[in-house]
Structures are given as structure tokens and as C-alpha cells.
Ligand binder design. Structure first.
Ligand code: SAH
Ligand code: SF4
Length: 367
């Protein structure tokens, strides 16, 4: 944005030209400079020489109409990333879903190598650029618009055509390891001239980069924070999350406490349940202590099997036991109960659990 502003000044363009340009990009979501018909041709030529407009091409989409959709995007350098679109309201009675969450990627691959995760299996390739993060939303909305056109129900107002109103930064990669690009992208997605998505509707999930959590706490925008905890003691966490060696629970907790104090917002502790690894009831006391200290809620997610990895989810009975133990400790906890992989039905019934579905769906998609 600043870059565009500066460039427009150098080119001696009046301020309204920038507004026109931003409308074309973020409201009309055009994919070529030629379509910006109210900009002078000479300006369009200059823009074309200096800026890239579209960065993602749809390679594949999975999912049926009005349910969870997984998008596989190809970047300009050929790398692939995914985003997952989850409707938050049921389409059980044929009505359109009016609220959608998009699970967004921030890196190609991941360097953090959590033992259970598919994203890190092939290592880290690179950070996503700002426009590659932003375009996941724009490209998804373009897809939606094209779909509506086919159905002959072209959106009438701008807000009709807006599809994504929640973001979970839980796709491939460690968001806080691509801090600067992520923040720039989120500011664009939050701005009224950009994506118009409220900061409170944006959840950033991290494996626990303590210094960056503190930095995020200093940001004026009120993003929600989710911590991939997955172990309530250093011993358990060390076994599955190498990041814990760098930022052990003491550091992570201090950073979360700081975030919670600065923002006054409830943090979510994500806890995937892996049989025989982190589901022992001995985890409950330390987990409850942590949750109380941070005023956090706990999301329990049965592990989603990843090909080539040995881990499995605990039995339903063991999952329920783990949940019940939280309730006894007066911790706010939820368990995602899902029959098989019937994610679409879960979307309809479990509106509040959208975030967890995003992660679960994404893990399946990146297998
Ligand atoms: N790197 C960030 C965000 C991306 S991962 C983070 O770790 O938080 C998003 C979430 O999916 C994390 O909570 C991660 O632990 C979880 N996850 C990864 N693999 C999973 C699997 N196989 N089953 C269920 N959740 C998984
Ligand atoms: Fe990376 Fe998050 Fe997967 Fe860990 S859980 S490997 S940090 S994407």
C-alpha cells in the first residue's frame, strides 16, 4: 500500500486514482490491469510494468457445493499451497451459508517439524509473500463469484459478493515465522479499503514462538491467538514439538500471559489427542493449571491420521475421559466429536467449532 502510494506520487497521480485502483483489486477482484477501465491506459501500462496482480492459480478443488471446500493453489514459481473454506451456518435446509471461514497458509512447507504434522514432512521451502497471503482470500472470492454467475444469481451488492468473513491462520506453515509479511497481509485484509475483515474475526495459530507472541501483543489490532500446545509438560511437548526446546513452556506461558494482559482476550489452547503420546490423564493437572493461569479455553481435537506417520487418535472413550477430567478441573474445554470423516455434517451442526474444523480439514488436505 505504502509502495503504491509512493509510486502514485512519483507518477503525479491524483489521490482518487489510488482509491479507484484499490476498488478494482479488493472490491471487484479483477485479475488483469486491462479490466480497470476507469484508469487511463498509460497508467495501466505503468502498473503492469511495475506490479504483479494475480499470484494464485487454482489447480484443484475438493468438496461439494455449500460444504467445506479445499483449494489447491499454484504460485508463480510453481510451488503449491492450500486454503480451506468452511461454511459456518448449516446448509441443511438448502439455504445459502452466509458466513464463511477461510483457513489460510503462510509458508510453503514448515521448518518446525512437529512429529505429527503433514505440513512439515518435506521441510520448509519459503515464506509466502504478502500478496500470496492476501490472494488466498481474493481468489476464493473470485471462485465464489464465478460459481454465482453460473447459477445466474450474480451478487447485487458489494457485501453480497463478500464471502469470507472469518480467517484462521492455521494452514501450512508457522505464521509467526513469517511475521512481517503476515502482519502486512492482515492489515490489508482488515482495512476498510481492502478485505474489510474485523481483527477479532482473525485467529492466528502458533506452535509457540514466544518472542513473536510478545511482539504480536504490542500490535494495535485485536487478533485472536491460538496456541498449538499438544502437551502440558515439557517432557511431553519435547517429544512431539521440537520448538519446545527453544521456547519451553515457561517462556511460552510468560509470552501468552503478556498477550492476554495486553489484549484482554481469551487465548485458545489447541490440544490434539494422540494415543499413547499426550493423552495420559497425568497431563490434566498441568493443563488445567496453564488454562486457569492464562484464562484460556482448551480445544481438544482427535488426531487426524497422516499417511506415513505412526500416530493414531485415542478411542472415543479415552477422548471423552480426557474431556471429562477437564470439566472436573473447571476448565472450559470442548472436544470435537466427529463420526468418521463426515466433516460436512459437522460444519452444519458445530458452528462454534469452525476453527477446529479448519485445522482438521487442512491436515487431511495436506496429507
Ligand atoms: N504452525 C501453526 C499453524 C498451522 S498448523 C501451528 O502449529 O499452530 C494448524 C493446527 O493443525 C495446529 O494446531 C497443528 O498442531 C494442527 N495439526 C497438525 N497436524 C494435525 C493432524 N494430523 N491432526 C490434527 N491437527 C493437526
Ligand atoms: Fe509447522 Fe504448525 Fe505443522 Fe508444527 S504443527 S510442523 S508448526 S505447521
Amino acid at each position: 500500500m505504502e509502495e503504491l502510494q509512493t509510486q502514485f506520487k512519483i507518477w503525479e497521480q491524483p489521490a482518487y486514482r489510488l482509491t479507484q485502483l484499490l476498488d478494482w483489486i479488493y472490491k471487484c477482484r479483477v485479475t488483469s490491469w486491462e479490466e480497470m477501465t476507469n484508469l487511463p491506459k498509460s497508467l495501466r501500462e505503468k502498473l503492469k510494468e511495475n506490479f504483479t496482480l494475480q499470484t494464485l492459480a487454482l489447480v484443484r478443488k475438493q468438496g461439494s457445493r455449500d460444504s467445506t471446500q479445499k483449494f489447491l493453489w499454484k504460485l508463480n514459481d510453481g510451488a503449491m499451497i492450500e486454503s480451506v473454506l468452511i461454511p459456518a451456518t448449516p446448509a441443511l435446509y438448502g439455504e445459502a451459508c452466509d458466513r464463511h471461514t477461510l483457513c489460510v497458509s503462510t509458508q510453503v512447507g514448515c521448518a518446525y517439524g512437529c512429529k505429527f504434522c503433514a505440513s512439515g514432512l518435506e521441510g520448509w521451502k519459503r515464506n509466502l509473500r504478502v500478496e500470496e497471503i492476501v490472494d488466498q482470500i481474493l481468489a476464493t472470492e473470485r471462485w465464489n463469484e464465478a460459481k454465482l454467475k453460473i447459477q445466474d444469481s450474480k451478487p447485487k451488492t458489494e457485501s453480497d459478493s463478500r464471502l469470507v468473513n472469518n480467517l484462521v491462520i492455521m494452514g501450512m506453515g508457522e505464521p509467526l515465522a513469517n511475521y512481517d509479511n503476515l502482519l502486512k497481509a492482515l492489515k490489508i485484509l482488515n482495512a476498510p479499503w481492502g478485505g474489510g475483515i474485523g481483527a477479532r474475526k482473525i485467529t492466528i495459530s502458533t506452535s509457540g514462538l514466544a518472542p513473536q507472541i510478545k511482539k504480536l501483543a504490542e500490535e494495535p489490532l485485536q487478533f485472536r491467538l491460538a496456541i498449538s500446545l499438544h502437551g502440558a509438560t515439557d517432557e511431553t511437548r519435547n517429544k512431539i514439538m521440537p520448538v519446545n526446546k527453544k521456547y519451553p513452556l515457561r517462556d511460552l506461558t510468560a509470552a501468552c500471559e503478556y498477550y492476554e494482559k495486553q489484549k484482554g482476550r481469551m487465548i485458545t489452547l489447541e490440544y490434539i489427542l494422540i494415543a499413547g503420546v499426550n493423552d495420559a490423564l497425568t497431563q490434566i493437572k498441568p493443563l488445567a493449571q496453564l488454562a486457569h493461569r492464562l484464562h484460556a479455553k482448551v480445544n481438544l481435537i482427535p488426531y487426524n491420521k497422516v499417511e506415513d506417520l505412526p500416530w493414531v487418535r485415542p478411542t472415543e472413550e479415552a477422548q471423552e475421559k480426557f474431556l471429562a477430567a477437564h470439566e472436573r478441573e473447571k476448565v472450559i474445554a470442548t472436544l470435537r466429536r466427529e463420526k468418521g470423516h463426515d466433516i460436512d455434517a459437522a460444519c452444519g451442526q458445530l458452528r462454534l467449532k469452525t476453527e477446529r474444523q479448519a485445522r482438521e480439514t487442512f491436515a487431511t488436505a495436506t496429507k
